[in-house]
Design a protein around this ligand. Structure first.
Ligand code: GTP
Ligand code: MG
Length: 231
């Protein structure tokens, strides 16, 4: 089952829109999918964008998609980068880790190695970005293949707690929890932006308070100075 660990805010519709109809003012969310080859990054992306299931594995080099979505009543343009999981195509990895505002780290519940790799992807993002404060959603895909499961849901939850991020078990085949993954990541990006704005406001308030204190001190000093020179 797919499970969201953080907020349960209502999700809404997502609609495909050609790039030409995108208003210049619409907020763009740069999303990057990471994960070992074959875990289902392309299948998840195609389900999200085109509502169809990719049956065969055609190793990705790099594919980009634009998808308009209304999330919590606010419209946004999701700029999705579906990356290569296969080692021979990974030369660009640092570059797209620098470019992304939010990351979907995927593993397959049928492949332990892909689960171990997920932790490596997280470390790589932190190394490239030099911070731990990056919007991430952890995804254990292919949960329809329960008979082939080797990674337990509790392990996914535990890793998500370590990452401090939301977690879903998904099925690209059944289109289960696909929208939730993308929408939740947008919420995580928005949450971070709001926190940054608040921090900035606090800083500028403190600065302006400091300025006015400085002004008062100057006035008092002037007054005292003029009183002492007139007496
Ligand atoms: N049963 C099942 N199969 C899936 C699911 N998601 C993906 N697959 C299959 O797994 C294979 C690999 O899927 P892709 O989406 O191509 O994997 P990828 O992560 O994009 O692989 P790379 O592009 O090489 O990095 C394909 O045969 C998919 O049909 C799922 O949720 N359930
Ligand atoms: Mg792919």
């Amino acid at each position: 089952m797919g499970m969201e660990e953080t907020n349960g805010a209502t999700s809404t519709t997502s609609t495909s829109a050609p790039a030409s109809t995108t208003k210049a003012t619409m907020k763009v969310y740069k999303i990057v999918l990471l994960g070992q080859g074959g875990v289902g990054k392309s299948a998840l992306t195609l389900q999200f964008v085109t509502h169809s299931f990719l049956e065969y594995h055609d190793p990705t080099i790099e594919d980009a998609y634009l998808q308009q979505a209304v999330i919590d009543g606010e419209v946004g343009q999701l700029d999705i980068l579906d990356t290569a999981g296969q080692a021979e195509f990974t030369a660009m990895r640092d570059q797209y880790m620098r470019r992304g505002e939010g990351f979907i780290i995927c593993y397959s519940i049928t492949d332990r190695r892909s689960f171990q790799e997920a932790a490596e992807f997280k470390k790589d993002i932190e190394r490239v970005r030099n911070t731990e404060d990056i919007p991430i959603v952890l995804v254990g895909n292919k949960y329809d293949l329960e008979h082939l499961r080797v990674v337990q849901p509790e392990e996914g939850h535990a890793l998500a707690r370590e990452f401090n991020c939301p977690f879903f078990e998904t099925s690209a085949a059944l289109r289960h929890f696909v929208d939730d993954v993308f929408h939740t990541l947008v919420r995580e990006i928005r949450k971070k932006e709001r926190a940054e704005i608040q921090a900035q406001e606090k800083r500028s308030k403190r600065k302006s308070r400091g300025m006015s204190l400085h002004k008062i001190a100057r006035r008092v000093f002037k007054k005292q100075h003029s009183e002492s020179s007139s007496s």
